[in-house]
Design a protein around this ligand. Structure first.
Ligand code: ADP
Ligand code: MG
Length: 376
């Protein structure tokens, strides 16, 4: 049994975006002190924390300073340098370790890991140049999606190739200049779902009900819970969640994204070794949120069984939505409104979200879809 890190101890969080902010809210509510490391002064997470170290994520000296000042260190995003984490481990506990980080930072090792664990990924090939690109297209047949192997998020670093005779080679060359890429068969999606799992250092887990996700322009738009799935698909997805948590020696929260094809086949898309946008609805809809379970995990507190109190829907507020949503906030008592307090409003930047609890999800969804706020 690993010792628990109790309230009044200090938690250091690398990364100060909305995920760090929601982790900090939970930690503060439980009585922990929180220090954020982020290059942006007064970032989202720092606004609700005790202190901030303003530094780049790869500034080893500052990371060591953070480590020395806290009892436990965690991170809110996957592009933390695993080498730096190993270095700061000398000064404080980093229970999340680096296995989940290093496996998921790279689409190739991520897909290999999923397959080695016995689960299905979409057909894919790794390509290093235009010659291999053509071979890949022949093998997979269009439509395909070209993706960078590292650093992609919200569809960034991706090119959809519907018709190989009508592609912009300059765009493809540009992605390839960044290093090897992955060519993936585009699946006819019936739906996309995700499952959030958390674990503590003693190996206890909390697994959240499956969430159904709708993306727009590759950015998450709407999540609903519970997901509408066959019993068989659900069982399979929970099994993937439990198995991958064990294999990755998970501590804290992770989320696994899935594709469900037209003929009900389940493919594992990718793994986020941190809380996930689709899990935001757990804040209001469940007995514990994905952030609460993350803090429990890294502090090695007991992991409760998750209960969904009420069906829920979460819709993102991007830069183009935020001000309009605020303007009609007083019309919507049903909205649980979240604004991350980011300084710059940019198109397609995640600025906040709204969660609605409802016994009639179809109706709640309709209300969002009919609202002009989300038509842009
Ligand atoms: P990111 O790292 O940007 O989240 P993803 O691989 O999850 O990248 O892709 C973003 C979205 O693009 C997915 O959620 C899905 O809607 C769509 N997409 C990606 N790959 C495929 C695929 N092989 N088939 C169908 N849709 C896909
Ligand atoms: Mg994704």
């Amino acid at each position: 049994m690993t010792k628990s890190i109790l309230p009044n101890s200090t938690i250091g969080i690398i990364g100060g975006g909305q995920l760090g902010q929601m982790m900090a809210f939970e930690a503060k509510a439980m009585g922990y002190k929180v220090i954020i490391l982020d290059p942006q002064e007064n970032c989202s997470a720092a606004q609700v924390s005790d202190d901030q170290i303003v530094a780049n994520y790869d500034d080893l000296e500052k990371l060591i300073e953070l480590a020395k000042r806290c009892d436990v260190l965690t991170y809110e995003f996957e592009n933390v340098d695993a080498k730096a984490i190993n270095e700061v481990k000398k000064y404080t506990q980093v229970p999340q370790g680096t296995k989940a980080l290093s496996v998921t930072q790279n689409r190739v090792s991520e897909k290999d890991f999923i397959e080695q664990s016995g689960f299905q990924t979409v057909p894919h090939v790794v390509i290093k140049n235009i010659f291999e690109y053509h071979r890949g297209i022949e093998k997979l047949t269009a439509p395909v999606i070209l993706k960078t192997i590292r650093g992609g998020y919200d569809g960034k670093g991706q090119i959809l190739i519907e018709d190989p005779d009508d592609v912009c080679y300059a765009d493809i060359e540009e992605l390839l200049m960044q290093g090897p890429c992955m060519l993936e068969k585009k699946i006819n999606l019936k739906k996309e779902v995700s499952v959030v799992v958390s674990a503590n250092s003693d190996g206890q887990t909390s697994i959240f009900p499956i969430i159904e996700n709708v993306h727009r322009h590759n950015i998450l738009h709407l999540s609903t819970c519970p997901a509408q799935l066959s019993e068989q698909a659900s069982q399979h997805i929970y099994q993937v969640g439990e198995t991958l948590a064990k294999e990755l020696e998970l501590v804290g929260t992770m989320c696994i994204e899935f594709f469900v094809s037209d003929d009900d086949e389940v493919f594992v898309n990718e793994i986020a070794p941190r809380p996930h946008n689709s899990g935001h609805l757990t804040i209001e809809a469940c007995n514990i949120s994905q952030f609460n379970s993350h803090i429990r995990g890294v502090c090695n507190l007991p992991m409760p069984e998750v209960e969904l109190f009420k069906p829920a829907l979460m819709v993102n507020l991007l830069g183009q939505h935020l001000e309009n949503a605020k303007a009609e906030l007083n019309l919507h008592p049903e909205w649980n409104f979240h604004d991350y307090g980011k300084d710059a409003i940019k198109e397609n930047r995640k600025m906040g979200h709204i969660t609605v609890l409802s016994d009639n999800l179809t109706q709640a969804k309709q209300a969002i879809e009919n609202n002009p706020i989300w038509r842009v």
